[in-house]
Design a protein around this ligand. Sequence first.
Ligand SMILES: [Zn+2]
Length: 281
Amino acid sequence: MKVSKSKILLPLALCAVLLTRCGCDFFGTTGSLLISEDDESKLGAEFDTQLRTKDTANAYPIYVANTPERAQFRDYVTNLAKEILAKVPESGKPGYPFTFTIIDKNVENAFAVPGGYVYIYTGIISKMRNESELAGVLGHEIAHVTQHHYRDAMAKDAALSLLLQALLGNDAGKLTQLVASNFASLAQLKVSRDNESEADFYGTKYIGSVARNPLGIATLFARFPAGGPPSWLSTHPAPENRVEDVESEVDASATLKALAADSATLFRIRFEENTKVIPKT
Ligand SMILES: [Zn+2]
């Protein structure tokens, strides 16, 4: 007997939301069963479309590459992200393509939504001192996507579970409406501390895979008194020992350790040349 996907999965989605309210860890597994990569793509595409509309232009102004220097900066950032992504084994990442977008605003943050849509603010790049730190933030966000952290965070949110129903019901109109009404929540999905540690772990591995200095994320975070930029922390609940964890990971790997010991892996001059249009703070 053929049974439609929505008939089976919708009750499971509601059940899983109830389970997570009881603090059950069950949903981490069921999340991947409930939201397909295709669903993630649809959700991300809808979010990205809305982010680029006039209504969100003030909150999320897309970086406009209207001069050769600005185009050079945009391409530098997105090409580094693509270089990192290309080194992630196919078995360790979703099947959908990634989209990397720079938001032109003085906010010290980066975020992603399900479906491979990654956003980085010029504000956090202005705090960076070398290419390994940029690779660190990009690698960290890519890791959140490859590990489906934002998808699972969305699935655990009772209000956003309505979005799941729209996805599972294949109701495009309802999806548009719900993404609009939950836009800010989607842009600020809270992930768990375990997810943060995992994103740091994989992000550090990813930086090493492109032969940049794997301590990038640690040196950037260490520059902020509280262990991270304020807005980054608001969407990234950080463990106290985050920097130390990255240092331990690097110490435990001969390859990462060798990269960390070589100052050439910082690519400081190349970073400065390609980010001249961003005032450093
Ligand atoms: Zn994070």
